[in-house]
Write a protein that binds this ligand. Structure first.
Ligand SMILES: NC(=O)c1ccc[n+]([C@@H]2O[C@H](COP(=O)([O-])OP(=O)(O)OC[C@H]3O[C@@H](n4cnc5c(N)ncnc54)[C@H](OP(=O)(O)O)[C@@H]3O)[C@@H](O)[C@H]2O)c1
Length: 239
């Protein structure tokens, strides 16, 4: 009998996280949706028969409680998708408020660390898998625009993923990192995604589902020999 897998998806109240939660649930995975927006989280959880847990990933106590609640309710964790993130307005560094820098690092990087830290013992028990959501903005060869804090936080997520993959392989845990390109979600704010389409070799911006399907593959047994991968999902825009 196939045992139900338990997945935690952070940032599941919108965009890529929401699409991934739905994709995994469709595949029979029980999903714990994590985010700060209670109404949206509860609504999506209801739709997919999952659980929503309100949690700010940059707050250690929230994260500890979220993992404890997951274990209390579902007993185990097989899959962690560290996806929660923010992209604050880009600007020259002399104009950038320290608060913006700290918020980007605290949510995008420290959040990924905190959730991994508290989930890891349970993921090891199940020989499970972690996917971290970075961005093409964090790739070494791709220094576009002025998203200093965002790009630095995402580059760090890539290296954090490499190290976890190398060190936890012998514990049976696979860790991979995805780097989406320009994906049409609320994180783009008032930027018109259509303007970017002409720069994309595949001729369009991505959808949250384009990313969700890659995550579904990476957490599946079809990807059982993949660890430490950094996978652009960008229609070729980072080339
Ligand atoms: N869209 C793109 O073009 C693109 C490209 C590359 C990488 N990415 C990455 O993809 C990830 C998802 O972004 P998206 O495009 O789907 O944007 P989105 O629609 O704005 O979703 C962001 C998600 O992160 C959650 N979040 C933000 N801060 C949080 C916090 N402190 N604690 C818990 N959850 C938090 C939000 O939930 P709440 O508001 O409920 O907290 C929301 O569910 C991000 O890491 C982003 O950097 C996106």
């Amino acid at each position: 009998m196939l045992k139900t897998k338990i997945a935690i998806v952070t940032g599941a109240t919108s965009g890529i996280g929401e699409a991934t939660a739905k994709e995994l649930a469709q595949n029979g995975t029980k999903v714990v949706l994590v985010g700060r927006n209670f109404e949206k989280g509860e609504k999506i959880a209801k739709e997919i028969d999952g659980f929503f847990i309100k949690c700010d990933v940059s707050n250690e106590n929230d994260v500890k409680n979220m993992i404890n609640e997951t274990i209390g309710k579902l007993g185990k964790i097989d899959i962690l998708f560290n996806n929660a993130g923010v992209m604050l307005p880009s600007m020259e560094i002399e104009r950038m408020p320290v608060e913006d820098w700290e918020k980007s690092i605290n949510i995008n990087l420290t959040g990924c660390f905190l959730v991994s830290k508290y989930a890891k013992p349970y993921i090891v028990k199940e020989k499970g898998t972690i996917i971290n959501n970075a961005s093409i903005a964090g790739l070494q060869h791709y220094a576009a625009g002025r998203s200093y804090a965002y790009s630095a936080s995402k580059a760090a997520v890539i290296q954090f993923s490499h190290q976890m993959a190398k060190n936890y392989g012998e514990e049976g845990v696979r860790v991979n990192c995805i780097c989406p390109g320009i994906i049409e979600t609320p994180i783009l704010g008032d930027r018109d995604p259509k303007i970017y389409a002409q720069r994309v070799p595949l001729g369009r911006v991505g959808t949250p589902e384009d990313v969700a399907k890659v995550v579904k593959f990476l957490v599946s047994d079809d990807a059982k020999y993949l660890t430490g991968c950094v996978i652009p999902i960008d229609g070729g825009v980072s080339l």
